[in-house]
Ligand binder design. Structure first.
Ligand SMILES: C[S@@+](CC[C@H](N)C(=O)[O-])C[C@H]1O[C@@H](n2cnc3c(N)ncnc32)[C@H](O)[C@@H]1O
Length: 416
């Protein structure tokens, strides 16, 4: 079956950790996004490409931003081939450029149906063959696939509609504008065993109401993700600042995929506007970094290895002078009595620590919060609900968030 192919213009999709969609929508509107629509795991929006590019440089919540390219309906797998072969791919990218295809099979809008196709790899092959065959027809040659560092990374979403009688599914082909994920700020030089994704940590801080004006304590800082993200919020440092700094100081290429894409390279005004935006963002980053002061963002951990990693990464990131971190057991810390925001992502058995020790740790953490963190709002982020119950404080709010595919809770406690 060949359906009419929709060619999108100035329509985008930004992905984010599930649970942070509303925060992402607010950010995107600030960058100039219009007609936003949230869906599980992201936000659809319309805008000039400038707003999407601003998102890549500034968003703290998005994982990636995609430019929507084409959409059509299918009844079976082969329909992907027939429809995609009608598209003039040589206008979208060049023969010399490499490409990659990822496939996501989703649910219908209302969540009543799941995509019926069994093999997402087979769906991807249909698109890959259509692109190769169409190029061969038009140029006698085909572009190569590169699964690691492609010039063009296509995401194909395949989603059914909610009509119970319909066999049709909607295919949307999107172009990843980012290359390197926005959530990958560039401060994870040394790795730690269970770090939070940077954008998830940032979203948790915002859900906790942190706006940079309060004292912030991360009781179990590990590699320091909350500390770094709190610094970005407090001093309004653009999320892309490390990539920009490396570009300015060491001549590194900027990592974003859109810089090589035809819709960008062939648009003189968009290029000029983006070059201006990049220069402006470098200046904003430099001014923000020169304002760092210690005394309001604190981190604790009992593991010297974790603290060494935090110290190294935060120094490379140029954030160390704004942060204070110490080797101390958070169940014993007593020096905060003036109110603020307490945050912790304790070990929860899935990846770190186990058993009775953890039950005791959660219990003692709760007791210390009760006794020594007066007037704080405390937030515990964990994927282990039974352990959370060991904290004998009244929960004032619980938010469901996904840490990768682990369903987790952000529990709020108001301490008096
Ligand atoms: C899940 S990790 C935190 C990861 C961190 N959010 C990040 O993004 O890197 C939990 C941390 O709690 C620390 N920890 C365990 N017991 C502690 C205690 N009593 N006081 C302070 N830190 C503790 C561990 O050493 C570990 O680094």
């Amino acid at each position: 079956m060949r359906s009419t192919t929709k060619k999108y213009k100035n329509e985008f999709f930004a992905s984010c950790p599930t649970g942070l969609e509303a925060l992402l929508e607010t950010e995107l509107k600030e960058f100039g996004a219009k007609e936003t629509e949230t869906t599980k795991g992201g936000v659809h929006f319309k805008s000039y490409p400038e707003a999407a590019i601003k998102g890549i440089l500034y968003s703290t919540i998005a994982s990636r931003i995609y430019k929507k390219a084409f959409g059509f309906e299918i009844k079976n797998e082969k329909d992907i081939y027939y429809n995609a072969k009608e598209i003039k791919w040589k206008g979208i990218f060049d023969l010399e450029q490499t490409f990659k295809i990822s496939v996501i099979q989703g649910k219908s809008k209302q969540g009543t149906k799941r995509s019926k196709f069994e093999n997402s790899m087979f769906l991807g092959h249909q698109l890959k063959d259509a692109i190769a065959d169409r190029f061969r027809e038009d140029t006698k040659e085909r572009p190569y696939v590169d699964k690691v560092l492609p010039d063009m990374s296509f995401l194909m979403r395949v989603e059914p509609n909610d009509n119970p009688h319909s066999q049709k599914e909607e295919v949307t082909i999107l172009i990843d504008m980012c290359g390197v994920a926005i959530s990958n700020r560039g401060y994870r030089v040394k790795s730690f065993s269970a770090p939070l994704r940077e954008n998830l940590a940032n979203g948790i801080l915002r859900l906790a109401g942190y706006d940079g004006s309060q004292t912030l304590v991360d009781g179990m800082c590990g590699s320091g993700t909350f500390l770094a993200e709190a610094a970005l919020i407090k001093w309004k440092i653009p999320s892309s600042y490390i990539h920009l700094q490396n570009h300015k100081e060491y001549g590194d290429d900027l990592p974003w995929a859109f810089l090589k894409h035809n819709y960008y390279t062939k648009d003189k005004y968009l290029k000029e506007n983006t070059e201006k935006l990049i220069q402006e963002t470098i200046k904003i980053s430099e001014t923000a970094l020169s304002n760092l002061k210690p005394g309001s963002i604190f981190g604790y951990d009992t593991d010297n290895g974790a603290l060494d990693i935090a110290s190294y990464n935060l120094e490379v990131a140029g954030l160390e002078s704004g942060l204070t971190f110490e080797n101390e057991d958070i169940t014993q810390v007593t020096k905060f009595d003036d109110g603020g925001i307490f945050i912790a992502n304790p070990p929860y058995g899935e990846r770190l620590g186990e058993g009775d020790d953890l039950e005791r740790l959660y219990y003692e953490l709760g007791e210390n919060l009760k006794n020594n963190f007066k007037n704080f709002n405390a937030y515990i982020f964990t994927g282990n609900m039974p352990l959370l119950k060991k904290i004998s404080l009244r929960t004032s709010k619980k938010t469901i968030l996904y840490n990768g595919n682990i369903e987790s809770r952000l529990a709020e406690y108001k301490l008096f």
